[in-house]
Design a protein around this ligand. Structure first.
Ligand SMILES: [Zn+2]
Ligand SMILES: [Zn+2]
Length: 431
């Protein structure tokens, strides 16, 4: 991590990606006092400029990760707003939306304010997602109006699913007044119960309790029905099942206001990887069957899935270095978001790079209604430079996040973030 924080920067000779138009073009970018001053050919370097030689490299708008757990306040030994933002920038991410399952939960104006104030000096922009119900207890709706006025960009009880359908319907109807998305973790908890992994051939073989794909699908079906009736804007997060992809495809066709995202780990792994008993791969929803995984990839290619998000979930070593049954659910993901998605989608599945970049820039920015995911003259620079030709095997010691529980440790990933300009400053440059 090289925190130079230069604000006059010339990015020379890169291939710029425009994720909205889906185009790539060769150009230089000049950033003056943190603002994108010029995009064009043959811009000359002046004195006091930091020059980035981007020949053979890709220049993208800074990535947007719409599903991140920062653990702050309450669990600062796992991650803080500051450490999470730095890990994001190392992953090329310049804007993150953080989930409200902190202690206290982000369910009050005070808590939203805390995140916004504490993130003012952070390495990247941080957008709080506020709770839908008080304490994420699924009983009482939060003051969504006040929370949105304070700066929440969406509402979620992530980690939990509101089981009470009547309450969920009320939340949806109420949310239509604010136009913010409801970000839904879909899990029928009576169905998932004590499950540890995807219910299927491998859970039977390993003798582990399974989580049926029905757990996700039942709630996705319910929420699509409720959204159709209420007119709410819903976003299904960390989609994991084939059934989910099919239901969302149909709902979109029917004109229901639904979007969805998938994580790199659900695209990368299937349940056969659990034969290693790698606790970093114990995630919720679980990585599912190869058929589900392929359906997610197809969902991306066919435009059913709108975004890729990490669901960065930091946990202490003690919470993961234990038996599979006792280990916490979750993997970190900020620092591998791009390389994992790029390896799977662009290298293996031959998807276009602008297509992938859109899923981690303009598209999630649009869902959240935030001004991010583009390179524009006159705008504070959020830019990521990538080397798509570089690859490496992920090691535990690579991570700067406070927690090291990455499902990708030991995997070879292609695509490396070379440098990140975030909030107008060159914050990260790889050595
Ligand atoms: Zn979740
Ligand atoms: Zn989550």
């Amino acid at each position: 991590m090289n925190k130079t924080e230069s604000k006059n920067i010339l990015i020379k000779g890169g291939k710029i990606i425009d994720p909205v138009k889906g185009t790539e073009f060769a150009s230089d970018i000049y950033i003056k006092d943190g603002i994108v001053a010029e995009v064009g050919k043959n811009i000359k370097a002046g004195s006091g400029m930091v020059k980035i030689d981007a020949k053979g490299l890709v220049v993208s708008p800074g990535f947007v990760d719409m599903h991140v757990h920062l653990r702050d306040p309450g669990f600062e030994d796992k991650e803080t707003i500051e450490s999470g933002a730095l890990a994001a920038v190392k992953g090329g991410i310049t804007a993150i939306a953080c989930m409200p399952n902190t202690r206290p939960a982000i369910d009050s104006e005070h808590a939203v304010k805390y995140v916004l104030e504490k993130s003012e000096g952070a390495a990247c922009r941080v957008y709080p997602v506020a709770a839908m119900t008080r304490g994420l207890e699924g009983k009482e709706i939060t003051e969504m109006g006040l929370l949105s006025e304070e700066g929440a960009v969406g509402f979620s009880d992530d980690g939990k699913c509101v089981g009470d359908s009547r309450l969920m319907y009320e939340i949806m109807r109420y949310s239509t007044q604010f136009g913010l998305p409801l970000i839904l973790h879909e899990e029928d908890i009576l169905m998932s119960a004590d499950g540890q992994m995807h219910e299927g051939r491998y859970s039977s073989m390993l003798g582990m309790e399974g989580i049926s794909s029905l757990s996700d699908d039942l709630m996705i079906a319910r929420d699509i029905i409720l959204a159709a009736r209420s007119g709410a804007k819903i976003h299904i997060t960390h989609l994991s099942t084939k059934g989910g992809v099919e239901m969302i495809r149909k709902a979109k066709k029917d004109g229901i206001d639904v979007t969805c995202d998938v994580t790199p780990h659900h695209l990368f792994f299937n349940d056969s990887f659990l034969t290693s008993f790698n606790t970093n791969l114990k995630v919720k929803p679980p990585v599912r069957s190869e058929g589900d995984r392929q359906a997610l990839v197809r969902g991306i290619k066919e435009g059913v899935i709108d975004a890729v998000a990490s669901d960065h979930a930091p946990h202490l070593g003690t919470e993961k270095n234990t038996t599979f049954k006792l280990a916490e659910f979750g993997t970190i993901g900020l620092e591998t978001l791009f390389s994992a998605a790029f390896s799977k989608l662009c290298i293996e599945e031959k998807m276009s790079l602008p297509g992938l970049i859109r899923l981690i820039t303009a598209s999630p920015a649009k869902i959240l209604g935030i001004d991010a995911g583009k390179i524009e003259v006159g705008r504070l620079a959020d830019i990521t430079v990538i080397d798509t030709g570089a690859g490496k095997i992920v090691k535990r010691e690579d991570f700067i996040s406070k927690s090291k529980n990455s499902a990708f440790i030991g995997q070879k990933l292609q695509g490396r973030v070379v440098c990140t300009i975030s909030r107008g400053k060159l914050i990260y440059r790889s050595d």
